[in-house]
Design a binder for this molecule. Structure first.
Ligand code: PGA
Length: 253
């Protein structure tokens, strides 16, 4: 059985008090209301990870992810945070290759492959983000484009390593735009990516990898998306900043 996951990517939002308040609300609502076995992963700004960790200690269905890590192991890289540092404070996951990092920080598939390697070497599971732009969806082989993101950043991994990776398909045209991909559009891509993984690693491995959908997920759209056979949950941006909305997304199964 694949893991059901809802991850909340807070991006560069919330000051400390707000981050703590949001976490407390989420933990309380989940305790009172969530009956499924979904894993809830909070991705706060890195500066709050240690604090937020204390607030989820007694909530076994909650985990933490960083939003990024360096591709380098350690050394003179001012301002960077290594995967080993994340591991040392008990962070279990790290977002790698979010489209905003690809776009604004020029992160290439090759650099992302290095980030995946250093995360895995330190026991931190990558949540590997992929997805096409609107122009690519209209003009090109957009499925091939996204498959290639997996090929170039993940397909050097061993089977065992790949099994520690979560994939998040996030069409760029749906991120922060209010334009959710339809459940059919998302399912088409998720099935194609699972098939692509199967072609390299075999069907059994492909069946075990959780593939999340991201891009304007709301409580209203989550149920239909999560009911699709190859969609194992969501990576949620804007709606993860509101405790009521995010909890309703977690309850969508
Ligand atoms: P959104 O962001 O839900 O605000 O579209 C998703 C993401 O960027 O992970």
């Amino acid at each position: 059985m694949r893991k059901k996951i809802v991850a909340g990517n807070w991006k560069m939002n919330k000051v400390l008090d707000e981050a703590v308040a949001l976490t407390s609300e989420l933990v309380n609502m989940a305790k009172d209301e969530v009956q499924n076995d979904a894993k809830i992963i909070l991705c706060p700004p890195a500066i709050y990870l240690t604090t937020i960790k204390k607030y989820i200690e007694d909530a076994p269905n909650f985990s933490l992810a960083a939003q990024n890590c360096s591709d380098k192991v350690s050394g003179a890289f001012t301002g960077e945070i290594s995967a080993q540092m994340l591991q040392s404070i008990g962070v279990e996951y790290v977002l790698i290759g979010h489209s905003e990092r690809r776009q604004y920080f020029n992160e290439s598939n090759a650099v992302l492959a290095e980030k995946v390697n250093t995360a895995l070497a330190n026991g931190v599971s990558p949540i590997f983000c992929c997805g096409e732009s609107l122009q690519q969806r209209q003009n090109e082989d957009y499925v091939g484009f996204v498959k290639n993101q997996l090929t170039e950043s993940l397909f050097h991994l061993s089977e065992e390593q790949l099994l520690s990776v979560v994939i998040a398909y996030e069409p760029i045209w749906a991120i922060g735009t209010g334009l959710t991909a339809s459940a059919l559009q998302a399912q088409e891509m998720h099935a194609a990516l699972r098939e692509h993984i199967a072609s390299k690693y075999g069907a059994d491995v492909a069946q075990e990898i959780s593939i999340l959908y991201g891009g304007s997920v709301t409580a209203a759209s989550a149920a239909e998306l999560f009911a699709s056979p190859d969609i194992d949950g969501g990576l949620v941006g804007g709606a993860s900043l509101k405790s009521r909305e995010f909890t309703n997304i977690v309850k969508a199964w």
